[in-house]
Ligand binder design. Structure first.
Ligand code: ADP
Ligand code: ASP
Ligand code: MG
Length: 424
């Protein structure tokens, strides 16, 4: 007997037939004698629809600020998961399985106060554990918890992955299975590169980079939690026949295991390629080159919660001053320009320029630590395809390259084949 947390994403619960199919996956594990808790997302497209409704509501009278009350945003967008948790509980009951739905506040899953992007602080696992011991399946609404203000709080887009791993840690599950519409983690997004290969295992650090650099197959925070709490996490498909041979394998289920790097025997130099669309670049021209300039730029941006990513500083054209270029998400450009405009006197720049619609393509692999020349191969491969590089950042295990949006797919495929990832 094992204790298993099973998470099903939006496409896996997109309609009643699929919810019934999910119930068959759950039944397989229950019939094998395991204790099971399930985490569900909203039906695919539902959260987008709810977010759209919020964004289309009238703004506060007299204000043209593009903000709405984050607590009410949470009350609205959390509702999609409430529906699927109830539906799955009913589907399980119809198969003779003792099941009960749980909203975040009922467990409770306690979060901080950052409405819309809350972090889980603590989960009361005792009641769920007790009921699992009695053979009841807990069907938990993902993506939501209870804030310190006693209100619903959501965990940021893709947050049901994090709900699942956090619950797995809280109930000390033997395994957390993230069921989705692909059968594992691939060397790159299989929708962009059909030659992408499924990885049997990927190290936590690499998965963390892949997720933060755009591979949305897992939310970043879920990987962090899996790493810290040593949750044995698999990414696998809900679209396979629930009763196909091997689907119920306890130690080696089909899919990709996210694990410690020591568990990976044949480590490649490069493990995967990720990309993030909708990046924008902002340049401040002719800044004076003195201590405190960076602080004057990035301090106010941080206070406005704008996530600055790649930063490049170089000598301005006439050689007497400096230019600062950095990237922010496209959606934050207007806000960033406003903040920088408000602080123009303190910063002291001549002109400000911006360009949206850029893409960041990243090469990731733990093997880079001990191999030279990995970055040079990327630059050569992109140059051969005539793709211009606008900015570069590197860390021990990744290289990120900023390029023009229309080249995204070509760049991903080019790098994927440059490192031989399309060859088994
Ligand atoms: P869910 O609704 O189940 O949470 P998501 O849409 O959030 O599913 O994540 C699954 C998607 O992630 C896949 O359909 C795939 O297009 C995308 N993806 C991006 N990069 C990768 C990758 N390296 N491996 C697998 N899937 C990836
Ligand atoms: N339904 C939420 C979203 O679309 C959470 C999730 O699916 O993980 O972001
Ligand atoms: Mg997801």
């Amino acid at each position: 007997m094992a204790r298993i947390v099973m998470k099903f994403g939006g496409t896996s619960v997109a309609d009643l037939d699929r919810i019934h199919n999910v119930a068959r996956h759950v039944k397989r594990e229950v019939d094998a004698g395991h204790e099971v808790a399930v985490v569900v997302s909203a039906m695919s497209g539902k959260t987008n629809e709810l977010v759209g409704w919020v964004q289309n509501m009238p703004k506060v009278a007299g204000s043209n600020a593009p903000f709405y009350d984050a607590r009410e945003y949470d009350a609205i967008v959390a509702s999609g998961e409430q529906v699927t948790s109830g539906l799955l509980a009913i589907a399980l009951q119809s198969m003779g399985i003792n099941a009960r739905s749980w909203q975040g506040w009922q467990i409770p899953i306690r979060t901080d106060n950052a409405h819309g992007a809350a972090r889980i602080l603590d989960i009361e696992g005792a009641e769920i554990i007790r009921r699992m011991g009695e053979g009841q399946v807990a069907v938990v609404a993902g993506f939501q918890g209870l804030g310190p203000d006693n209100r619903l709080a959501t965990l940021g887009r893709g947050g049901s992955d994090t709900s699942a791993v956090a619950i797995a840690a809280a109930v000390k599950a033997d395994r957390c299975d993230i069921y989705t519409d692909v059968d594992g983690v691939y060397t790159t997004d299989p929708r962009i590169e059909p030659k992408a290969r499924r990885l049997k295992k990927i190290a936590f650090e690499e998965m963390l980079e892949m997720a933060s650099l755009g591979a949305k197959v897992l939310q970043v925070r879920s990987v962090e939690l899996a790493m810290v709490h040593k949750v044995r996490t698999f990414v696998r498909s809900s679209f396979e026949d629930p009763d196909a041979p091997g689907m119920g394998d306890l130690l080696n289920p089909p899919g990709t295991l996210i694990c410690d790097e020591e568990e990976i025997v044949e480590q490649e130099v490069v493990t995967g390629i990720a990309y993030a669309k909708d990046e924008a670049q902002i340049s401040l021209r002719r800044l004076s080159d003195r201590p405190g300039v960076s602080a004057a730029i990035f301090g106010p941006l941080a206070e406005a919660h704008i996530n600055v990513d790649m930063i490049v500083q170089n000598i301005s054209e006439d050689g007497s001053k400096t230019d600062m270029t950095f990237t922010v998400p496209s959606g934050d450009v207007d806000k960033a320009l406003r903040v920088l405009g408000d602080n123009k006197d303190k910063i002291g720049y001549d002109v400000i320029q911006s360009e949206a619609g850029l893409v960041k393509v990243s090469v990731i692999g733990i093997g880079m630590r001990s191999h030279a020349g990995v970055a040079a191969s990327a630059f050569r491969a992109l140059a051969d395809k005539g793709i211009n590089i606008k900015a570069i950042t590197t860390s021990e295990i990744k290289i990120s390259i900023l390029i023009d949006g229309p080249y995204a797919e070509l760049a991903v495929r080019t790098l994927h084949s440059a490192y031989g990832l399309d060859k088994s």
